[in-house]
Design a protein around this ligand. Sequence first.
Ligand code: 5GP
Ligand code: ZN
Length: 114
Amino acid sequence: MDDCIFCRIARGEVGADIIDERPNAIAFRDVNPQAPVHVLIVPKQHIPQLKDLGPDRCEVLGDIFSLANDVAVSEGIGQTGYRIVCNIGEEAGQEVDHLHFHLLGGRFMKWPPG
Ligand code: 5GP
Ligand code: ZN
């Protein structure tokens, strides 16, 4: 996707505070953080939503969650706790149509989410 913002960040065409990456995923800080730690974990390939990730692409989810684990530790929230959120579709508040997981931590979280 030529004009997708997360594809452009993954290709290095748009700047972002990149923390780490895997062959199939990249982690960078959210531009509008909602917690002291707010990192987006994103597949490098353009995948709009979770439903578009078929069983033949399980390695993408493996890279996403192993990256999330390592980022949580490197950001110092691996022991205190954190939340991983994936907004899917309009009612969940998905604004960017490129699959992404929010890694949030560094403060107490409320439940249920708003
Ligand atoms: P969504 O609401 O789709 O689940 O989350 C999209 C997230 O992407 C938002 O938290 C928003 O702040 C973040 N975001 C949108 N555009 C950019 C950008 O250009 N750079 C970075 N680093 N984050 C972005
Ligand atoms: Zn994209």
